[in-house]
Design a protein. Structure first.
Length: 51
């Protein structure tokens, strides 16, 4: 299982990527939603690791 700091770092990267995708054209909407789902899962994992 990855370290909490790595999980959180990956989550931050994904969230920034999602923000970028959502601010660009609609053609990226599907990819952005996929990234958001991944970011949400990483946040959940981080919470479990830190609990």
């Amino acid at each position: 299982m990855p370290k909490p700091t790595k999980v959180l770092r990956d989550t931050c990267v994904d969230i920034l990527d999602v923000q970028h995708k959502l601010s660009s054209e609609n053609k990226n909407e599907h990819e952005a939603k996929g990234k958001l789902t991944k970011a949400t899962a990483l946040i959940s994992d981080a919470i479990q690791l830190l609990s």
